[in-house]
Design a protein around this ligand. Structure first.
Ligand code: C5P
Length: 441
């Protein structure tokens, strides 16, 4: 049987990995251990070096001489086989991949519990290599809630658990729990490494990798009294989409969130830091503090231009609203809020010599003095941000879960790009442009 796999012939899955790897094959107590030598032969035939670590129970099913012969190394079992060599650490460090096949229900439980009572469990605890586990057991054991939970735990921690096949088990039993055939196990184990290496390479290549991006989003609320406020219709959707886009391009992202609903914030990956704020002054403090370490700040928040001069400590009663000099009416005296964006340019919070790239948003409607673009161009020159994304807002445009169209201008008011589509699509386009501009500086 083994002869079928002998010889130096490279398998298709072996070819996918350019470098030969050092692989620890773990074996635990299951009748399926009779398949392990074939797995080892396949790995070696694909050019990889293999060391076997077996549990004591495994050796009830398969002899150490067999495993040693096919791997070319003595078989290790206990943590104290050679205490001077601190093998439990050394084997884990040696490995580029740990593949455990078969993994018994007991072994899954011990790994899930973080135990280190033999060399195999200790190796799993000490290795930084990917760990692939191929369980084999009776159907009842596989389906038992304890095993189900243990498998969930391992997967949550990033171990790859290959789902067992369904088919003949020991004696006359039949069902799920059968160790998959050696070629499938080898294929999945090697594909795991390839996949993880590709992911790592992709992440290292991302254009905003290592950059810190701050996005302000949502709309500020300026209290009139503890119940009422002056606010705006911004949902925060566009800003959240920008935070997601920046994260996707590899940035470390902080979202300063002004009154954004939980259903919108739920779109953010867990890695995005959220700083909740209410008023424009809170937003200013949070944005300036986060921008002190940022490479990019995107002001997508709709900041109230004015706030009430006075905020009542208790709810203003209706009969007090008007006052004798304005029966039926009410006056709220307003004061202008600071322009946070302008402040970021005039007084940059980052003081270590690195200039933060500043992006503003301008939601515009046309009026008798000019169309959306004319207002946008004037604003781009006035504000001086590196980029200003101008979008038209109105009844069907701009606010909430609706498509968006942006014209992106530079600090001179010159058109740099246009982007239209969903809020996610325009966010991707804008963040890619930011990454390009940043790289070109
Ligand atoms: O002047 P306008 O509100 O249209 O400017 C829009 C841009 O300026 C946005 O990027 C917004 O976040 C920012 N802004 C600000 N502080 C204000 C008003 C707006 O930073 N007080």
């Amino acid at each position: 049987m083994l002869e079928a796999f002998s010889g130096p012939k490279r398998t298709s899955w072996g070819d996918r990995l350019s470098r030969p790897m050092r692989i620890v094959v773990g074996v635990s107590g299951s009748i399926a251990a009779y398949k392990t030598p074939m797995i080892i032969r396949l790995l070696r035939a694909a050019g990889h070096e293999v060391k076997v670590v077996a549990t004591q129970a495994a050796l009830q099913f398969i002899g150490a001489p067999t495993l040693a012969a096919v791997s070319g190394y003595p078989v290790s079992t206990g943590v104290f086989d050679d205490p001077a060599a601190i093998e439990h650490v050394a084997v884990g460090e040696w490995a580029d991949l740990v593949l455990i096949a078969p993994a018994s229900a007991d072994l899954l439980a011990r790994i899930a519990a973080g135990r280190a009572d033999d060399l195999l469990t200790a190796t799993v605890l000490t290795t930084s290599a990917p760990v692939v586990v191929a369980p084999a057991m009776h159907t009842q054991m596989w389906l038992n809630p304890a095993t189900v939970e243990n498998v969930d735990t391992l997967r949550r921690r990033g171990l790859v658990v290959i789902t067992p096949d369904s088919g003949p088990l020991t004696s006359s039993d039949h069902g799920v729990g059968r160790l998959p055939e050696p070629d499938r196990i080898v294929h999945e184990a090697l594909a795991t490494v390839t996949g993880q290496e590709e992911t790592a390479a992709r992440l290292a290549d991302l254009p905003l990798k290592g950059r810190r991006v701050v996005v302000s989003a949502g709309g500020t609320r300026e209290p009139i009294d503890p119940v009422r406020y002056i606010g705006n219709r911004s949902s925060g959707r566009q800003g959240v989409a920008l935070a997601v886009a920046a994260h996707r391009l590899g940035a470390d992202v902080t979202l300063v969130s002004a009154n954004i609903g939980a259903e919108v914030l739920a779109l953010l990956p867990a890695a995005v830091e959220i700083v909740p704020v209410g008023t424009s002054r809170e937003l200013e403090d949070a944005v300036r503090s986060a921008t002190a370490k940022a490479d990019v700040v995107v002001m997508a928040a709709a900041v109230a231009d004015f706030r009430p001069v006075k905020q009542a400590d208790s709810k203003i009663k209706k009969h007090r609203l008007g006052g004798s000099d304005s029966p039926g009416g009410m006056r709220i005296e307003l004061i202008e809020n600071p322009d946070i964006l302008a402040g970021l340019i005039a007084r940059p919070p980052r003081t270590d010599g690195t200039r933060t790239f500043v992006v503003g948003f301008a939601a515009e409607t046309g009026d008798e003095n000019g169309d959306v673009l004319a207002h946008g161009t004037a604003k781009a020159r006035r504000k001086g941000a590196d980029l200003l994304a101008v979008n038209a807002v109105g009844k069907q445009l701009g606010f909430g879960d609706v498509p968006n169209a942006l014209v992106i201008l530079d600090s001179q008011g010159e058109e740099v790009a246009k982007a239209s589509g969903t809020k996610d699509e325009v966010a991707d386009a804008l963040m890619e442009l930011v990454a390009e501009r940043l790289a070109a500086r």
